[in-house]
Design a protein around this ligand. Structure first.
Ligand code: IPD
Ligand code: CA
Ligand code: CA
Ligand code: CA
Length: 259
């Protein structure tokens, strides 16, 4: 659709700057927002590029981005939810695992999402009702059925968020029953990898809407299931999420919820 094309265009444009900055940390004026939460000129520049591109293309939509002020749109039912650089810690440490995440929300539902990993040139795209795609290939969540063969991903947020003890307990309950758990540090890619059938499932606490909005529609359109960690919460508002293929969803959710 026209919105998807605009989102892809904005992601590619921001990616060009980020790829240039990757590996040039000395020039990026790195600072910490709170313990462990880095931000740099690269994050700011990328967000500005995406904001300009999207706001110019759809002047009446609202805006929620990690590094700039929220904008209420003339159309209150539609807004962009953007993380200009997801995986900043990896980026600043020279590790090639980070992405740009752009989502479109309509009436409180995410209707389109783009997650772009420029280093690997992987463009993950999903739109409500149109399936999920990686570059030109349709993607699906994994078809594995036995938890003991499955690989999961998680993230442990910054020290200040206080979720480390909970996540360590989750690991203790899950790890004896699966093939492995990865912790790569870019939530948008964790979700995209579940959509692509690479990870069989993923869970994490205390994220923000911009980390997960695009990834959630990818998982949904790829046939995956999603749930909040606390039963009656909203995933986007709480930022706590469980996703997986259908086969393992009930068992996985019970393990994370300690039920
Ligand atoms: C972070 C990443 C990471 C997650 C953190 C996020 P950022 O985003 O998604 O995987 O564990 O909680 O804040 O700060 O690199 O955009
Ligand atoms: Ca951040
Ligand atoms: Ca993020
Ligand atoms: Ca970010």
């Amino acid at each position: 659709s026209a919105n998807i094309n605009l989102m892809i265009k904005a992601a590619r444009k921001a990616a060009r700057g980020l790829v240039r900055d990757f590996g040039e940390v000395e020039n990026l004026q790195v600072s910490m927002k709170s313990a462990g939460d880095f931000v740099s000129k690269a994050d700011m520049k990328a967000e500005e590029i995406i904001r300009q591109e999207l706001m110019e293309g759809r002047p009446n939509y609202g805006w929620l981005g990690e590094e700039s002020a929220e904008v209420k749109g003339a159309d209150p039912t539609r807004r962009w939810i953007v993380d200009p650089l997801d995986g900043t810690t990896n980026f600043l440490h020279g590790m090639p695992h980070w992405a740009i995440s752009i989502a479109l929300e309509h009436k409180k539902e995410i209707v389109a999402g783009v997650v772009y990993d420029p280093v690997k040139d992987e463009m993950f795209v999903a739109e409500k009702g149109n399936g999920a795609w990686l570059n030109d290939r349709r993607i699906r969540v994994s078809g594995r059925r036995d938890m003991i063969e499955m690989v999961f991903a998680t993230g442990v947020p910054f020290a200040t968020k206080g979720d480390l003890p909970e996540t360590l307990k989750d690991l203790g309950r899950l790890m004896p029953h699966c093939a492995g758990v990865r912790r790569w540090g870019a939530a948008s890619l964790d979700l995209a990898y579940v959509a692509a059938g690479r990870y069989d499932g993923y869970w994490e606490r205390s994220l923000n809407a911009w980390d997960i909005a695009a990834g959630l529609v990818l998982v949904k359109e790829a046939g995956g299931l999603q749930a909040p960690i606390e039963e009656d919460e909203s995933i986007l508002e709480s930022g706590s999420v469980i996703v997986s293929n259908e086969a393992v969803h009930e068992r996985f959710t019970k393990i994370i919820r300690n039920q």
